[in-house]
Design a protein around this ligand. Sequence first.
Ligand code: SUG
Length: 419
Amino acid sequence: MTLVEINFDGLVGPSHNYAGLSLGNLASASHGGDPSYPRAAALQGLDKMRHNLALGLVQGFFAPLPRPNDGFTAALGVLDAGDPAQVRLRAAAWSASAMWTANAATVSPAPDTADGRCHLTAANLVTMPHRSHEWPDTVRQLRLAFAATAHFAVHDAVPACFGDEGAANHMRMAAHHAAPGIELFVYGRPGGRFPARQHEQASRAVARLHGLDPARTLFIEQSGEAIAAGAFHNDVVAVANERVLFTHEAAFADPEGTYTAIRAALPEAEIVVVPTSAVSLADAIKSYLFNGQLLTLPGGEMGLVIPLEAWETPSVRGWLDTMLASNGPIRRVLPVDVRQSMANGGGPACLRLRVVADPATIDPRFLLDPARIDTLSAVIAAHWPEQIDPADIGTDTLARTVRAARGALLDAAGLGELA
Ligand code: SUG
């Protein structure tokens, strides 16, 4: 049994659009109403997968969820296309937001859990209406990909009384991926300018469901300042990989207490802190520096896959240049173009769910090689809409196009069960 980290990227769905639905997510708010380019968005995502595969990493994907979700609008009695509130609910039913698979589930790999299986709990995503209806279809897909119950346990989402946003507010650190690790659950305290999407009690429930060792599980409060500045998920201001935590100094409510607790639980931990004096919270959030994929490359060194926006932000570039010239643990910086996703607040790390597992125990239809990526790219080039304007949302013509596009993808990927 060889446990490795596998990144499962969400394939951008054919209804990808900018509806300004996520309060507290500054990119979503500022791009609401812009035309979107679903074909380009999905191809950018596939190029990132191709890029990471070429680095020698194992790469998986999840298919887009069925949209528009007519069951959602029907359950809410949405009828009147002229009423702005109902227009918003209809947009929620069309959102392709499941592409951000860092919010699909929280994952605890087998070395951390009491029963020695990898546990996944789907995130209920209840804070945002457009995301709240993702999880039943997400669970269906997770149960297909991780059907081997000797190795995996897939849990339904925790009850809606406590908001859970999945892996975006969860970090795992370990000497190496296959070793027992510590798990860090970051939650927000409500009452600020923007919603705190992750509730402490949801995190605690997930930790219990996964059978984590309390001595190796930390519950950390996110700083209210970070949420108010637009860090609607912790992965906008911090990312961890193996023994390294890479974080902005303003990520946590009690930074020093957090670092001390991490070092006590994992003595080999290395914490790389970017000070506000080098990169302001505003620049960190706008550029998505911390929404990079911090990856262990096959040679053993770590690389950080960042969005082009981070590379192009002068303060961030300056800090990265200094970091690369130093002797720190992050040896390579790898910019990628995911601009279509970024405009809705989704960087490279939002687009992927990390699972540490033996690839041989996973349904191979969810794992990629270059030929399979080419197949998916061809479907997207042929079927994904080139452009969606806000007025197209809700039309029968676009609904037909979007459903047919997803159907063609499922056929090509051999995933007819998800139809
Ligand atoms: O939940 N944006 C997503 C972005 C999710 C990013 N994920 C992580 N940070 N892991 C969200 O806010 C915007 C949809 C719109 O406005 O059309 C949106 O849902």
